[in-house]
Design a protein around this ligand. Structure first.
Ligand code: EPU
Length: 338
């Protein structure tokens, strides 16, 4: 039964653990709940924020509107020869979905092990890690159109995926709520260990012919060793995107900083490792009041206890200024600021 609560603390609903309040809050367990909610006037009079795992948001103030938490569950799979289509509810915790796939020996998600967040949020920012992006395994998703209440299917081409980008963050921002995602996976493992750290970790474990459970375990191990666990130290993963710059801009950077960590992109640009840039500015593991950067990964900002969103935001401004004045490169936040 749909319930709308008032004056609810959002602390349990954002992985930074920021203690702000939502004026109104509703949790959605199925599409019928969504339809019932959007039949109510409150959705016309209040501003709206849709959240999944709350793993990509920084609240800097109370939310004076309606927060809608998507908790639509369920996973189904359909095997067709050596491919399998797996459909998961938008509220399924991403790593539970990965674990389901690994347990069923469905290949494709294992490099994305332990990413925080939910299935429904995964296409929005085209999550990625260790050489794989969501778009590589995406088949389609269904979404509720806020204006009409219709459910629409989005295929791969409709989603305009880019690096941490999709149409749901762009032209269609605020117009649809993703209700389920269908993935194209393989029943015969196609292992991708191209990312050096995975190869190294598998070698350390003496594994020559890894299966998908081995890759998932290696990725999980790497993540746990480099990234803080949001259940103990508030954070939202990478706070900034890795900046992508033009070749001529890169020529400037590399002439002053020959050891800059960089990668070519498919469209002839250059991606810089933001973690490296931040570390060079002296920020790795820095503690600034209640906030700071993580000791093993400077790209991750953390809440050491009772940080306010504004404190973390102001610290991120300092980092942007410092990287700009040292390298002439402007960092963009990956996390949504509210
Ligand atoms: N580096 C440093 N210092 C640091 C951090 C990184 O020098 O403090 C260097 C590393 O040595 C390495 C390079 O930067 O040479 C890249 O580092 P890493 O492999 O840790 O990856 P990343 O580019 O910093 C991205 C994603 C992560 C994802 C990893 C692994 C973005 C914004 N971040 O980080 O995604 O887990 O690759 O594939 O693209 C996230 O989005 O929340 C996230 C954690």
């Amino acid at each position: 039964m749909l319930q709308i609560q008032q004056n609810i603390s959002l602390k349990p609903f954002n992985t930074f653990g920021i203690d702000v309040k939502a004026a109104f809050f509703a949790e959605i367990f199925n599409v019928e709940d969504l339809k019932a909610l959007f039949n109510k006037d409150i959705t016309k009079t209040q501003k709206l924020l849709v959240i999944g795992g709350g793993s990509n948001i920084l609240f800097t103030q109370d939310y004076d509107g309606l927060v809608v938490k998507i908790s639509i569950s369920g996973i189904e799979s359909l095997i067709e020869g050596n491919t399998v289509k797996v459909t998961a509810g938008a509220g399924v915790v991403w790593n539970d979905f990965v674990n389901y796939c690994v347990a069923h020996n469905f290949a494709g998600t294992e490099n994305l092990s332990l990413i925080p967040g939910t299935v429904g949020a995964s296409p929005v920012q085209n999550i990625g890690a260790y050489g794989v992006e969501l778009k590589d395994i995406f088949h389609s998703c269904t979404a509720f159109e806020i204006e009409t209440g219709n459910i629409k299917t989005f295929n791969y081409d409709d989603c305009h995926f880019g690096y941490r980008e999709s149409i749901f963050k762009g032209d269609l921002k605020g117009k649809y709520i993703i209700t389920s995602v269908t993935f194209n996976l393989k029943t015969e493992a196609v292992i991708n260990t191209s990312y050096g750290a995975i190869e190294t970790e598998l070698q350390k474990r003496g594994i020559e012919k890894p299966n998908i459970a081995d890759v998932s375990a290696a990725v999980s191990h790497i993540r746990v060793s480099k990234l803080p666990d949001p259940s103990t130290i508030g954070n939202a993963g990478s706070f900034f995107k890795n900046p992508v710059i033009e070749k001529y801009e890169f020529a400037d950077v590399v002439s002053n900083h020959p050891d800059v960590v960089h990668y070519p992109t498919a469209d002839g640009k250059v991606k810089l490792a933001a973690g490296w840039l931040i570390e060079q500015c002296g920020y790795k593991g820095k503690i600034a009041g209640n906030t700071g950067t993580w000791k093993n990964q400077a790209l991750v900002l953390v809440n050491h206890g009772n940080a306010s969103g504004t404190e973390i935001f102001n610290f991120s401004e300092q980092i942007i200024d410092s990287v700009k004045s040292t390298f002439g490169v402007t960092l963009e936040r990956e996390v949504n600021i509210l």
